[in-house]
Design a binder for this molecule. Sequence first.
Ligand code: AMP
Length: 202
Amino acid sequence: MTNAPQARLLIVGPQGSGKGTQGVRIAEALGIPAISTGDVFRGAVAAGTELGVKVKTIIEAGDLVPDELTSAVVRERLSQEDAAGGFLLDGYPRNLGQVGDLDAFLGGRGESLDAVIELTVPRDESISRLALRAKEQGRTDDTEEVIANRLAIYERETAPILDVYRERGIVDEIDGVGSLDEITARIVEALRARGLERSAAA
Ligand code: AMP
């Protein structure tokens, strides 16, 4: 494919910020695959694979899967052909160790992230969205106790990765409150300002 979009993106936000939904929309808009580590792990658990057996109890507690395992899963996924012309990562990296792993992997290919979309949502709003999702989807990690654990991990481990990316000048802070279309439009606009948009060939 000629003139492929070379957008390498990461979407970050607390649980309930809508990053999964927006990640899929943005990836579609740019013609790149959305890669969600949470989805990969949930799929492995549902399929009962070796990976699924390893991560099941960790996910159910809302804890983080060890970096070594998570980074290996991502490296394998990013090595697939559809990710050669760009990708959108959702939920990885999630701590500073994983930032280092991703830098090393992409650096080895002469690549780096082009933009990091930070979706901001007030804490009350994300908690009420999670409660709704728990009712609608019945996710085992959407119970009140596990949600509190996941939000605490976000604040302690994931928020600091934004400082690293901010220093690189690649973070776009996006207001995550509004209609789905409004939020998607805000993200598309921010990416366009960086020269990242769907190419004619995509
Ligand atoms: P998510 O759908 O992104 O909220 O992910 C669901 C769960 O999968 C998390 O609570 C973690 O247990 C696990 N997980 C997803 N991404 C990662 C990651 N990058 N590092 C470690 N664990 C992860």
